[in-house]
Design a protein around this ligand. Structure first.
Ligand SMILES: [Zn+2]
Length: 233
């Protein structure tokens, strides 16, 4: 799952307008953002194995610290606690907690049964939607479109940067998604991990987009009046 995680971040903006898109992307992609670091440190393992599933040539040999259900629960609690300490935003805290957890749920649908329930668990799960290209595209592109629509309903550009930074983000996500699916398999696990570090870039990108967009008027509010006042974190 790739686009789907960003779709959650976009959709979450409507649930918690006071939370920056940057934070929401950080949350929904948190365990994938940590993952390349764990791989490069040798704590988790991924192998390039073309044909492993139809959609990805990657075989996730082990990723107990970032992708086991228990670990994700712990990361979600840590992330949400930190967010609460910084923002004191109750809705935002619940939203980022759910966003971190949502990652595992979406991965559960797409990954081969390789997601552990807890570090060291023998049982691994995953519904393996990646074995069907059309099924994967239907789910992923479907939720991506819904996420983008919800985001556009929640915000409007404050200036030109607000328009173009968001369009550029969508183009970047779609192009990298297509390259991932159609491109040749990466040469080795290190290339996978180093290119996955690119995901870090999308967090400041999200803050940049957010700073250049206003929140849309909620029902019953005067045009131009922001639904949420104060600093968006
Ligand atoms: Zn993941």
């Amino acid at each position: 799952m790739y686009l789907g995680h960003y779709a959650i971040a976009f959709a979450a903006k409507r649930a918690s307008p006071g939370t920056s898109l940057g934070t929401l992307i950080f949350a929904s992609q948190f365990i994938d953002i940590l993952w390349p670091l764990f791989v490069l440190l040798g704590l988790e393992k991924v192998a390039v194995d073309p044909g492993n599933t139809v959609v990805t040539p990657l075989r996730f040999v082990q990723y107990p610290f970032t992708h086991s259900l228990l670990s994700v629960l712990i990361w979600a609690c840590l992330f949400a606690s930190l967010y609460w300490m910084v923002s004191r935003n109750r809705t935002g805290t619940l939203t980022v907690w759910l966003a971190v957890l949502s990652h595992w749920v979406l991965d559960f649908f797409t990954h081969a049964p390789d997601l552990p329930l807890y570090p060291g668990s023998e049982k691994t799960v995953g519904l393996g939607l990646w074995n069907s290209l059309s099924g994967t595209l239907a789910l992923e592109v479907g939720i991506f479109i819904i996420g983008v629509i919800l985001y556009l309903r929640a915000t409007r550009p404050a200036n030109r940067t607000g328009t173009y930074s968001f369009i550029a983000l969508l183009v970047f996500l779609i192009v990298t998604y297509v390259i991932n699916i159609l491109g040749p398999p990466p040469p080795d696990y290190k290339a996978v991990a180093y290119s996955a570090l690119l995901w870090w870039l999308l967090v400041p990108w999200g803050y940049w987009v957010d700073r250049n967009r206003h929140l849309k008027v909620g029902s019953g509010q005067r045009p131009g009046k922001l639904k949420f006042k104060g600093k968006r974190l």
